[in-house]
Write a protein of this length. Structure first.
Length: 300
């Protein structure tokens, strides 16, 4: 009986500790989601605050718009390109910082610095650095003869999206580098010793020891950064505002224009729900086929 009362007391304390967190999660996450889903079924604008129930008409209108599918394609291109670049930079920096070299502490600080800078600062600085008229990058390219005329990085139809991907990769590659570096330092050094004893060189050690041990970390980074990049709005808006000629107008910017330029909140909510469904479906296939929780046998 005494043990039962103690267990009940502990359960009450745990419930009392979890309840505020559940209330906060309910208020800040689930209620807004439910409200947005409900709003997507209504016609509501800033000029007509009284909502009118329209059912699935907002979704039908959106799915029939070429602009939605174009924005979706640009979002996928931006997400895949940005995440791929972040993984490549993070892996390169992580391997470099894992080596026993002089000034490693200073180098780690420099690598993490872009992730600490405010997005508004990065956006404005790169707009100046890559400016076609007085940007330092174009000046250097012209002086060394790599180009014959300035490159309009953020104003050219072909250059705008790669340039935005480059900026986001530079900023958030340090996030990947930190996680990769932490995992690299947890790999048992005896694995490398055993591989070298068997005659493996640096490249074979990387393929047979390093990469298998980094599998879970790389998949985790791909998931987190993929979700964040698919929802990325601020940096793209600061640099290009979706231009030129919608060349960098991703889904978040398309939703923003519907909500705050067309003032059609019902269709904007429907577009947000479509984004939500895309992420849910993508996450399902990610966990179904990538299986990031599966640990490799190497290193155990």
């Amino acid at each position: 009986m005494r043990h039962g009362s103690q267990a009940g007391g502990r359960l009450a304390w745990v419930s009392a500790g979890i309840f505020p967190a559940l209330v906060l999660l309910l208020v800040t996450a689930y209620i807004p989601i439910v409200y947005a889903i409900g709003l997507s079924l209504y016609q509501k604008s800033a000029f007509d605050p009284q909502p009118t129930f329209t059912g699935l008409e907002n979704f039908s209108w959106l799915l029939g718009r070429e602009e939605l599918w174009s924005a979706m394609g640009r979002s996928l291109i931006f997400t895949v390109g940005s995440v791929g670049l972040q993984l490549a930079l993070g892996l390169a920096f992580g391997l470099m910082l894992n080596e026993a070299i002089r000034g490693r502490a200073l180098m780690r600080t420099l690598v993490i610095l872009p992730y600490l800078l405010p997005t508004i600062v990065i956006g404005l600085v790169f707009r100046w650095i890559l400016n076609p008229d007085f940007g330092v990058v174009n000046q250097i390219l012209l002086q060394i003869g790599l180009v014959s005329r300035p490159i309009n990085f953020f104003g050219g139809l072909d250059a705008a999206m790669p340039s935005v991907i480059l900026v986001t990769g530079w900023q958030y590659g340090s996030f990947a580098a930190l996680l990769i570096l932490a995992r690299l330092q947890g790999i048992n050094p005896r694995l490398y010793e055993a591989a070298r004893t068997c005659g493996a060189g640096s490249w074979r050690c990387f393929l047979d020891v390093t990469l298998p041990n980094l599998r879970t970390t790389l998949l985790l980074i791909a998931l987190l950064r993929g979700i964040w990049m698919f929802n990325k709005f601020d940096l793209i808006w600061i640099i290009t505002r979706g231009g030129p000629l919608e060349a960098t107008e991703t889904l978040p910017i398309y939703v923003y224009r519907i909500a705050f330029e067309d003032f059609d909140f019902g269709r904007a909510a429907a577009a947000c729900f479509i984004m939500f469904v895309i992420l849910v479906v993508g996450s399902f296939f990610y966990f179904r086929y990538a299986n990031p929780t599966k640990e490799v046998e190497v290193g155990r």
